[in-house]
Design a protein around this ligand. Structure first.
Ligand SMILES: C[S@@+](CC[C@H](N)C(=O)[O-])C[C@H]1O[C@@H](n2cnc3c(N)ncnc32)[C@H](O)[C@@H]1O
Length: 206
C-alpha cells in the first residue's frame, strides 16, 4: 500500500488538475473538508483566487492554517465538523469494518479507529458545515479529505444532496479506507472516476 509522505501542494499534477477543472467547469467556489495546517490541498485551492471554504475540527490546526494562509484573503477556515459530530462518532462505531482490515487499508498513514476517535473528539461548536456549504446550486469543487473514518459518510452525504449535478467531487486517499468505498460506489452507479497517475486521488463530474 502506498505511503503518502508528500503534501498535495508538492503534487504538480494535482495543481494542474485543479486549475483545469476550475477553468473547464467554471467553478465558482471550492469547499474542502480537512484543512490540517493549510499547507497541502488548501494552499493549492487558495492560489486559484476563488473563494475557498475549508472545514477543520481541530482548533490548533485552525490557528496554524489561518496563519499559514494569511496572505490569501479568498480563504475562509471554518472551525467545526463537516457533519454532525454525534452522527460521526456513532458511524465510526457502527461501521462494521473489520478493525484489522481497516488498519491494513490505512497502512502507511498509521491510522485506525483509535486515531480517528481522537481526531474527532476535538471541541468545536459548529457542525454539519459540509451540508450547509454545498446545499445550493453553485458550481463548486468539493474536496473530501477529512478523517479516514469519515470519508465514506461524507461521500454519502454529498451524494444525497439534490444539487450535486452542478458540482465536481474530488476525493483524496482513494486506495485506503477513507475513500476506497466511495470510488467503488461511483463505479457501481456508472459514474466515471478520473484517477490520478499516483492513484492517490481523483475526481468525478455528475
Ligand atoms: C488528512 S488531513 C487534511 C489534509 C489537507 N487536506 C492537506 O492536503 O494538507 C485531515 C484533517 O481533517 C480534520 N478532520 C477530521 N475529521 C473532520 C471532520 N469530520 N470535520 C472537520 N475536520 C475534520 C483533522 O483534524 C485533520 O486536520
Amino acid at each position: 500500500m502506498k505511503s503518502y509522505l508528500y503534501g498535495l501542494n508538492e503534487d504538480r499534477f494535482f495543481k494542474k488538475t485543479v486549475e483545469q477543472l476550475v477553468r473547464e467547469y467554471m467553478i465558482e467556489e471550492i469547499i474542502e473538508t480537512g484543512t490540517y495546517k493549510g499547507l497541502g490541498s488548501t494552499m493549492v485551492f487558495a492560489r486559484t483566487n476563488l473563494p475557498v471554504f475549508s472545514i477543520e475540527c481541530n482548533g490548533t490546526c485552525v490557528d496554524m492554517a489561518r496563519d499559514n494562509l494569511r496572505d490569501y484573503p479568498n480563504v475562509v477556515i471554518l472551525h467545526g465538523y463537516s457533519l454532525k459530530q454525534k452522527e460521526i462518532i456513532q458511524f465510526l462505531f457502527q461501521d462494521n469494518l473489520d478493525e484489522k482490515k481497516w488498519k491494513a487499508k490505512a497502512a502507511g498513514r498509521g491510522r485506525g479507529l483509535f486515531f480517528c476517535l481522537r481526531e474527532l473528539s476535538c471541541p468545536a461548536s459548529a457542525e454539519n458545515l459540509l451540508i450547509k456549504l454545498i446545499s445550493n446550486n453553485k458550481r463548486q469543487l468539493v474536496f473530501l479529505d477529512s478523517s479516514d473514518g469519515v470519508g465514506w459518510l461524507e461521500f454519502k452525504a454529498f451524494m444525497a444532496i439534490k444539487q450535486r449535478k452542478k458540482k465536481i467531487l474530488m476525493l483524496d486517499d482513494v486506495q485506503v479506507v477513507k475513500h476506497s468505498r466511495s470510488v467503488q460506489e461511483l463505479k457501481r452507479q456508472g459514474i466515471k472516476f478520473h484517477l490520478s497517475r499516483t492513484k492517490r486521488w481523483g475526481w468525478a463530474s455528475f
